[in-house]
Write a protein that binds this ligand. Sequence first.
Ligand SMILES: C[S@@+](CC[C@H](N)C(=O)[O-])C[C@H]1O[C@@H](n2cnc3c(N)ncnc32)[C@H](O)[C@@H]1O
Length: 302
Amino acid sequence: MVFPVSVGPSSNAGEWGELVEREFPEHAVPGPTRYRDLLAWPEEEKGELPRSFDVIGDIVLVRLPASLVARQDEIGAALLEFVPGARIVGADHGVHGAERLRSVERIAGSGGWRTRHRENGVELEVDVERAYFSPRLAREHAIFAEDVRPGDRVYDLCCGVGPFSVTTARRGRAKAITAVDANPEAIALLRETLVRHGFEDRVASRAACLEEFVPTATPVERVVLNLPREGIKYLPSVARAVAPGGRLYYYEVAPRAELESRGVSLVNGLASEGAFSVVTHRSVHPYSPDADLAVFVLERTR
Ligand SMILES: C[S@@+](CC[C@H](N)C(=O)[O-])C[C@H]1O[C@@H](n2cnc3c(N)ncnc32)[C@H](O)[C@@H]1O
């Protein structure tokens, strides 16, 4: 059965089978609207429960305050029941090291940390312990892909499992995409995704450090650098990999109140690499009480 969701049925829809119109009765879905409603705790004990959690494929990750660790099995069971299709729930102990690998601890469900995550019409191979991935960046991946013009060449630096590259490949405008990450496990997962989508010819993937790749890279029209804590040390060399008229999408954790001035200081700091202007800056999501993960889109004017 096929439902038209954005436009009406096309004139040749009948070739697929029978075209019918039906009224559906309204069907109220019973059940809780929040996972906390599944916990039979007194309301005053629910104050510290996290309001948000991440869903990556059939994996649910939640960050728990120390005060709730003793009750993590109950919280895991509630999330497992609450999230449709969930298979395993993990306590997320954060990302560590240069490869930004996530420490996770199973608190409910079964199986491993390998999954397939769907976003922006692509399905990414993900292993939450062995390569970085965040479902909170889905909109960023789509915005970047939309900004690529027909014939542009793209570098996806610090690509992880390749969501920027795969989304851009699906959009189909780029002439060439090169995805680079120091973590060979991330590149192996990306290659599996590319094969499954038939995008092997659209994305070249390399397990390499930026230090190795960038100095000899031919300048291209679109570059993304998503290494929010340490990316700044690579920024001058990465800026040289942006062709005149091209754009650099640079992600950084920055004080929320200073995003605009931060954009200006980034451009001033790149003056010896070329003339850059800030096309836009935007908060992606809160990172700490005073800081956001932000993206700065810098254009090389000459
Ligand atoms: C925050 S993740 C970004 C992943 C991806 N761009 C995304 O949006 O999901 C940073 C990535 O940078 C990689 N990385 C860290 N230092 C690197 C370096 N010097 N050269 C290449 N990759 C590096 C890590 O392995 C990790 O996959």
